[in-house]
Design a protein around this ligand. Sequence first.
Ligand code: ADP
Ligand code: MG
Length: 251
Amino acid sequence: MRLWRRPAPEPPASTRVTDGPVLEFTEVSLTYPGPLPVAALRSATFSVHRGEYVTIVGRSGSGKSTLLNIIGLLDRPTTGTYRLDGIDTGLLGDWQMAALRARRIGFVFQAFHLMPHRTAVENVSLAMLYTGARGAARLRAAHDALEKVGLGHRRDALPTQMSGGERQRVAIARALAAQPSLLLCDEPTGNLDTESADLVLHLIDELRKDGLTVLMITHDESVASRGDHTVRIVDGRLIDPRVVDRPAAVI
Ligand code: ADP
Ligand code: MG
């Protein structure tokens, strides 16, 4: 007789939530404390809807990393409300934040952060440990994710045996394997030559066509222009062409 049962993994994002934005910021600010406080993000209001590809572009020091850390649930805003899949993240404890981050956000960074002594398929499947899926199911999902990024044939290669572009595609497969609500990319082509960068950007275009929600942070205008909507960040202020200040009522 089985007395113990493994907890059921959370169902894939597509079956969890159907309505409303994936991400919703309402007057979100972050001020770093210190003898001279820095207002790194100032009253940001914007949203990302399901299936959208939004890019955020800004110069060095404009607040991109600050914004990314809040969206990625790695830091909390000083004021304002951040909802992810309708969940008010301000109400969550640290452990709940970590669980939400692990399940709903797929990260792709400039540096690929792959484990050097693990094969491509191991890198992807190990990232799914928290889902509660069994080893065989994890391997299958990892293989499917590698197929999706065109690297099924390289599943047993080590990162050192792969090009930069291939490594970033493994990192994208890893981010996708648990079917996150949002793919959050931080300068994903920053370490790549032009040809590999084009391949990675093309892959993201294709994933987006399949319905993936993507938010990409970049300082590169040509990368930013690939999204279907671009938000600028200047000195901690978001400039979103979709958010128009309502004119005061005429009396
Ligand atoms: P970006 O990623 O666009 O280069 P950042 O979000 O890293 O910009 O930084 C935005 C502003 O906040 C900058 O003025 C930076 O100096 C400041 N800043 C970043 N991190 C900290 C911190 N931990 N403490 C104090 N100030 C910080
Ligand atoms: Mg930065």
